[in-house]
Write a protein that binds this ligand. Structure first.
Ligand code: TEU
Length: 552
């Protein structure tokens, strides 16, 4: 296994709108990130990944870009960006940006030209098609509800949009489009950034014959029709050859539909495409038959199996990404932990899980202080386009809306987007003015200032665990084997290499448990635990306790 900096890195993901506002517009900005760089550095992380900060009409909060080479003034524009990049590097950190190349904003110049006429030089930058039987070309549904097709009066054709109608999909078949995207990558690499997270990269190659394909079940569609199109690997290989291979950078491709079968193809280093991918096998674990807004309780054994299978699939080729949350999902402690009586212990347990698995670790802002889901009283308090559209669809289909509000409470992407909780002051120290999204009312119990000097805080546990991982490369590169895979509340595994062997045991439950799996506790020494009280017996675990043992 070849060693590289990005395999050893711990990445900290920032959702800039919600991180820190210094200008008083209620929206986080880059001066705010600069102000908080000491906090980030103090965690011991290596890389910062910034969600999109480019010019955007914000139909999908920056995932609809109207100018890829312009930093949004909301975030401080280029001046702030240049300062931020410089300061990040001065602190020995690296910067990864977000590339949204499956689609642009409908306000991007390419699209405003494209829609002018069928003969416009930019027409083929997008996917235009005649309607059928007085309606759209086919019955495909967008990720955010409704048709993937939007009719445009000027040329009387429809354009394709997998997301909102303000996010038209680019036509990657067109070599000019690929050239434009490669040019954007180069522009940012020349500015000195250290990598890209690539948004829905699994969707850029449109399926063969897709325009004439009708489907019945939406849940099958993403995987069977939209993702991993026939030319995806050709495009990524070309991107690697033309740009990526020329720089010492990291790449992580995001994508619905990336599964155990095709995932390795994206990251097998001999294929020269991407370094890593984010798959969603564990993130969509609670989707019921109606998708994300029809949740079912998650199955713990399946959860473990997903980590086991992915480790196995990538261990000899490619490299994994380890994450439990991001700006698109509910808070990790609310999903996989217990955010009520065991918020602190279970937040720490999840941190210990992230930081002892093989792969590059991604930490989402706020998880380092155990931020939880929010439950706004009214749909009017929600901002996220996915949530708002799901609400409208539920209303139209006659669902019980009181019940649906509880679903929103557990599933909305806004759970992860509430302002960062810095202190117990006004607006959690995020902004002096009204924040763009309401602060989670629990901020007085969970914030950075409160945890800063408490040796037992979640925040200090993160610092400690990151340092621990850095001091023991076995956790980065070492072998992994899950023990007792069928256990219903214990997740235990071995990590080892030629010099060390560790045993990690997590109790994912509200009750104490003794788990020995026929191992002899005298052969182990306790190195770390997320609780200050530790029983003599290494195999006795309190609720939500993690123990990291070394084999003597
Ligand atoms: O997300 C892609 C994606 O798969 C999401 O649509 C996901 O299914 C959903 O958010 C789960 O609730 C990326 C970005 O991370 C997301 O913020 C964007 O809205 C989306 O692409 C479109 O750019």
């Amino acid at each position: 296994m070849k060693k590289t900096w990005w395999k050893e890195s711990v990445v900290y993901q920032i959702y800039p709108r919600s991180f820190k506002d210094t200008t008083g517009n209620g929206i986080g900005d880059m001066y705010g990130i600069i102000e908080k760089l000491d906090h980030i550095k103090s965690l011991g992380v290596d890389v910062i990944w910034l969600c999109p900060i480019y010019e955007s009409p914000n139909d999908d909060n920056g995932y609809d870009i109207s100018n890829y080479k312009k930093i949004s003034d909301d975030f401080g524009g280029h001046k702030a960006f240049d300062q931020l990049l410089k300061k990040i590097h001065q602190k020995g950190l690296k910067l990864v940006m977000d590339l949204v190349a499956n689609h642009t904003s409908d306000e991007h110049y390419w699209f405003t030209e494209s829609k002018k006429s069928k003969a416009n030089p930019y027409r083929d930058y997008y996917i235009w098609k005649d309607g059928k039987n007085g309606g759209p070309p086919n019955n495909w549904e967008s990720f955010f509800n409704g048709s993937t097709w939007q009719y445009d009066e000027t040329t009387q054709q429809y354009y394709l949009h997998y997301f909102t109608k303000k996010q038209p999909d680019l036509n990657w078949e067109n070599p000019k489009v690929r050239k434009e995207i490669f040019d954007i990558l180069e522009y940012w690499f020349e500015k000195g950034i250290d990598g890209f997270r690539m948004d829905v990269i699994s969707l850029i190659s449109k399926p063969d014959g897709y325009l004439d394909t009708e489907f019945e079940k939406f849940q099958d569609t993403i995987i069977n029709y939209y993702a991993n199109g026939p030319k995806i690997h050709e495009y990524l290989n070309e991107m690697n050859r033309e740009v990526l291979s020329k720089y010492d950078i990291m790449t992580v491709g995001e994508g619905p539909g990336i599964d155990l079968k095709n995932g390795p193809l994206y990251v097998d280093s001999s294929r020269e495409e991407l370094n890593m991918v984010f798959h969603f096998d564990h993130m969509f674990i609670d989707c019921g038959s109606g998708g994300k807004y029809d949740p079912v309780p998650f199955d713990f054994k399946t959860f473990k199996a997903i980590f086991n299978e992915w480790d196995e699939a990538l261990k000899n080729k490619g490299w994994g990404s380890i994450f439990l949350g991001n700006h698109d999902f509910s808070r990790m402690v609310s999903r996989f932990g217990n955010d009520k009586e065991y918020r602190v212990a279970s937040s720490k347990l999840l941190a210990a899980l992230l930081l002892t698995l093989r792969g590059t670790v991604y930490i989402y802002q706020g998880d380092e202080i155990g931020m939880t889901n929010v439950a706004y009283e009214s749909i009017d308090d929600y901002n996220d386009v996915e949530t708002v559209n799901a609400w409208k669809a539920a209303e139209n289909s006659g669902q019980d809306m009181d019940h649906f509000l509880t679903v929103v409470h557990s599933q909305s992407r806004d759970n992860a987007r509430t302002p960062m909780q810095w202190n117990s002051e006004l607006n959690s120290g995020f902004s002096k003015e009204k924040p763009w999204l309401k602060v989670n009312p629990n901020y007085k119990n969970a914030n950075v200032a409160l945890q800063e000097n408490d040796p037992h805080s979640i925040l200090n546990f993160y610092r400690d665990m990151i340092a621990f991982r850095k001091a023991n490369q076995t956790f980065v590169y070492g072998e992994y084997e899950c023990l007792d895979v069928k256990h219903s509340s214990i997740y235990a595994y071995k990590r080892w290499d030629d010099t060390n062997e560790f045993l990690v045991i997590h109790n994912f439950g509200d009750t104490p448990i003794t788990w020995s799996n026929n191992l002899n506790q005298n052969q182990y020494q306790l190195l770390k635990s997320n609780l200050s009280e530790n029983r003599q017996n290494h195999f006795e675990l309190a609720p939500w306790q993690t123990k990291i043992l070394e084999v003597l």
